[in-house]
Design a protein. Sequence first.
Length: 215
Amino acid sequence: MLETIKHRLKNFPLERYQPDPQERGSSAAVLVALHGDVSDPHVILTQRALHLNNHAGEVAFPGGMWDSGDSDLLETALREAHEEIGLLPHLVEPIATLPIATPRRRDLNVTPFVGLVDMPLQLTADPSEIGALFDVPLKMFMDTSRYDYFEMDTGYGGLRFPFLAYKHYKIWGFTLKVLTDMLNATLDADIDLDYPSDERIAELREKAAANNSTL
């Protein structure tokens, strides 16, 4: 399984993007860290700390905002993974750059990098940023019967998002889409999930902006 993923990821060559200085605050990078047996690889995920102002308690890849001290976005992903979960950069073999994506915060461009990590690992989550650290077998994402949907109430209408439950974690949003897109591209997984349309999201954002302007 892992060998097939590695081979197909040659279609996503490693790129070391260097943002412009004015892009600080709008560029970020994450590390999709794969490890384990070649027939049963896992991905390392985190749960963001509950006290954070943004996306508290949500499942995410290690990663964060680009800093002008980073030579490129790959360095951002590796630096943040080291700071958040104690993953030493020299233990990561970067192999691919996945397409830039935007999470629900639409003014942020996030570049996912895929890296291979040797086991065993001794990782420690930084409690100021990370509430939990865990890994998930990629086979879990291949089982389409495991997916379900939940409604998010925005106050101006609902949005329906797919998710995958693993233990007591809910994997959804940007994290889920990056993983399922990667598996579709590398393993022909045929994972077809229904996400809210850009038009629906834009409609709700306009309603929220209109309401705020009247306060």
